[in-house]
Structure formats: structure tokens, C-alpha cells
Design a protein around this ligand. Structure first.
Ligand SMILES: C[C@@](CO)(OP(=O)(O)O)[C@H](O)COP(=O)(O)OP(=O)(O)OC[C@H]1O[C@@H](n2ccc(N)nc2=O)[C@H](O)[C@@H]1O
Ligand SMILES: Nc1ncnc2c1ncn2[C@@H]1O[C@H](COP(=O)(O)OP(=O)(O)O)[C@@H](O)[C@H]1O
Length: 274
């Protein structure tokens, strides 16, 4: 059988409300998740046993062994495939790189005729939403995923200051775990009204992540100084997104930010463009 190519888009939590904690320590979330038009690429081909190689500009430090979520996804299903993963998304960055890679493998394997198991969150709380890879409201600990229609496409700039942030560390540092859920999501496609609504929502992990990586505050201020209509952190950080009026405005701001901060990963994109 021929090689199958798969795309693993960056996941962005436009909002991330922490509404409680389960007895096992996992947190209850209420999050509006969208996907970017940039991400990792994977190629899968049948082999005698499951295997993985990792290449690309963001490959350094990403495990290529049984810890890698792409390989774990193939092994979970018992699929003998050789996977080539080209990393372009920074790891441990709050944009679900590993989860999106795992989900892309699952989608490719489904296309190859494999059945997927019911419980996917064992691979990671973000895997169910990444399997859908479309705008969705995510709740529970990540296992409840409801598609959301009628959101506008959002020109954006993603910025990661190249500081890895550990997700469990951030959850451990939370001061409050019983915050209010999101309000009703406006779904009439009006960008201005939607961004106004977003501004009234939160990422409850942001203060805890800033205590791990204070540079996040500088990233948010940098995006605002470049004209972002709204700047916020995604997931457990440290990647932040800034929303702009047009793709041209996003590209221009990204150019200025990367010139000013050559050490940062800066990427213009359109969120929710699918
Ligand atoms: C915070 C979020 C928001 O979308 O994104 P990222 O920052 O990872 O991108 C996710 O919930 C992360 O999902 P994922 O990265 O798959 O997390 P997992 O591997 O399942 O969990 C890593 C650790 O985070 C904590 N965790 C994760 C999810 C959750 N609902 N409650 C938690 O308390 C637990 O300590 C867990 O051991
Ligand atoms: N395919 C993968 N890509 C990136 N990191 C991975 C992958 N598989 C496992 N990991 C491990 O998962 C950790 C979290 O990475 P990632 O999923 O990118 O972050 P986040 O959960 O913040 O979105 C990394 O530090 C890395 O060791």
C-alpha cells in the first residue's frame, strides 16, 4: 500500500476555563478550541513493525522512542506502520503538538481501514479534540468534544518564546480550580462581536504559566504593541496568539516581531480557516 500523508495542525485554546477538579486530580475544563493552518506533517507506510523517525526544524528534544505520542497512537491500535514525523511546531508549547501528531496518525490509520478505540484520552486529554481538528467546545477533562459552527476565520500570529512549559507544573500551580464556565458562544460569524466576546473570557492557566515562565507577559505585551486586537496564551503555554483584522496585518506584525526577537518562534496563520 502507498504512503499516506497526514497533517497535524496546531491546536489553539481561544479560551480555557478551569471549572473544577476530579478525584483523580485531573481538571475539568471548558475551552473553545480552534486549529491553525500550520502544523506538523507525517507520512505513514506499512512496515513489519511500528517505527518512527523525527525530522524538521523543531525535532530537537522530541523523543523518537516509545514516549512519542505519534508512535504510541500506532501501537495502541496495533498498526505496523513506519512513521516519518516532520516537526514544525515547537514542543511543550500549549499548542498540542504531540496530541495533534497522535490524532493525525489515528486519522491516517482510520483511512487505512483500522478501527479506533473508544477511549482516546488515555493518549492525552487533547487527543479527542485534535482527532476532530475543527472548532469545538471541549469539556470534561478533554473527552467531551462538541463541534462549534459559525465562528469567523481569525487572522493571527502565534508566538513562542522558546521556553518549554510543563503542563502538569502549570496545573499544580493553580490557585483556584472552581472558576465560572464560558458564556454562550456567539456563532453568527461576526468577527468584531466574536473578539469582543473572547476578550470577556479567560485562560485560567495564564497566571500559573507566567509564574513558571515570566517571559509570557513580554510575549503578550509584544503582540499588543504590534497591534493585536486581542492577545492571549494558548493551553498551558508558553505559546500566545494575537488576533488581527486581516492576514496582511498579521503577516506584517509577525515580520516586525521576528526581526525584534530573533530567538522567538513567530508564525502568521489563520485560525479556524477549515
Ligand atoms: C492544557 C491543555 C488544554 O488544551 O493543553 P496543552 O497545554 O497541553 O496544549 C490540555 O488539557 C492538556 O492536554 P495534554 O497535553 O494532552 O495533557 P495530558 O498529557 O493528558 O496531561 C498532562 C498532565 O496535565 C494535567 N491535566 C491535563 C488535562 C486535564 N484536563 N487536567 C489536568 O490536570 C495532569 O497533571 C496530567 O498528568
Ligand atoms: N510527537 C510529539 N511532539 C512533541 N512532543 C512530544 C511528542 N510526543 C511526545 N512528546 C512529549 O510531550 C511533551 C509535551 O509536548 P506537546 O504535546 O508538544 O505539548 P503541549 O502538551 O504543551 O501542547 C514534550 O515535552 C515531549 O517530550
Amino acid at each position: 500500500m502507498a504512503t499516506i500523508e497526514a497533517f497535524a495542525p496546531a491546536k489553539i485554546n481561544l479560551t480555557l476555563h478551569v471549572t473544577g477538579r476530579r478525584e483523580d486530580g485531573f481538571h475539568l475544563l471548558d475551552s473553545l478550541v480552534v486549529f491553525a493552518d500550520l502544523g506538523d506533517r507525517l507520512w505513514l507506510r506499512p512496515a513489519r513493525q511500528a517505527g518512527l523517525s523525527v525530522t524538521g526544524p523543531m525535532a530537537a528534544g522530541v523523543p523518537a522512542d516509545a514516549r512519542n505520542l505519534a508512535l504510541r497512537a500506532a501501537r495502541l491500535i496495533g498498526a505496523a506502520v513506519d512513521i516519518r514525523l516532520e516537526k514544525t511546531l515547537p514542543a511543550a508549547a500549549g499548542i498540542g503538538g504531540g496530541s495533534s501528531d497522535a490524532a493525525a496518525v489515528l486519522r491516517a490509520l482510520r483511512q487505512m481501514g483500522h478501527a479506533l478505540p473508544d477511549r482516546l484520552e488515555d493518549l492525552g486529554a487533547d487527543v479527542p479534540v485534535c482527532l476532530l481538528a475543527r472548532a469545538a467546545r471541549m469539556s470534561g477533562i478533554g473527552e467531551v468534544v462538541e463541534p462549534v459552527e459559525g465562528l469567523p476565520a481569525l487572522p493571527a500570529v502565534l508566538v513562542n518564546p522558546r521556553v518549554a512549559v510543563s503542563t502538569p507544573d502549570v496545573f499544580r500551580r493553580l490557585e483556584r480550580r472552581d472558576n465560572a464556565p464560558m458564556g454562550p458562544i456567539p456563532q453568527n460569524g461576526d468577527r468584531t462581536a466574536f473578539i469582543d466576546w473572547l476578550a470577556a473570557q479567560r485562560n485560567d492557566l495564564q497566571p500559573a504559566a507566567e509564574s513558571v515562565a515570566p517571559v509570557i507577559g513580554g510575549v503578550l505585551r509584544g503582540l499588543e504593541a504590534e497591534g493585536a486586537l486581542l492577545a492571549r496564551m494558548s493551553g498551558s503555554g508558553a505559546t500566545c496568539f494575537g488576533l488581527f483584522d486581516t492576514p496582511e496585518a498579521a503577516r506584517a506584525a509577525a515580520g516586525r516581531l521576528s526581526a525584534a526577537r530573533p530567538g522567538w518562534w513567530v508564525a502568521p496563520t489563520v485560525l479556524n480557516s477549515a
